[in-house]
Design a protein around this ligand. Structure first.
Ligand code: FES
Length: 81
């Protein structure tokens, strides 16, 4: 599914750069950079942030093997709620 029509980015391409490493994108801006493009209209930023959060919840919420910062952001948001 095309998420960013300006840069023709699919959800699969976005998810592919979320590899759980310490250098994996943590923000929408970092996703654009990792995929070699830049935001234009910005309409896709909300969807990209949603993909980042979903990745964090599904990938590394046990904090064992993954070094994704989004997981820690989600955990902190949950703890602060
Ligand atoms: S839809 Fe992604 S920058 Fe326009």
């Amino acid at each position: 599914m095309i998420v960013c029509s300006c840069n023709v980015l699919t959800d699969g391409e976005i998810k592919s750069c979320l590899d759980g490493s310490a250098s994996a994108p943590r923000t929408a801006a970092e996703v654009y950079a990792a995929l070699g493009c830049a935001p234009r209209c910005g309409r896709c930023a909300t969807t990209i942030r949603s993909i980042l959060k979903d990745h964090a919840v599904n990938c590394c919420n046990d904090d064992s093997a993954c070094d994704c910062l989004p997981s820690r952001v989600v955990q902190k948001e949950t703890a602060d709620a």
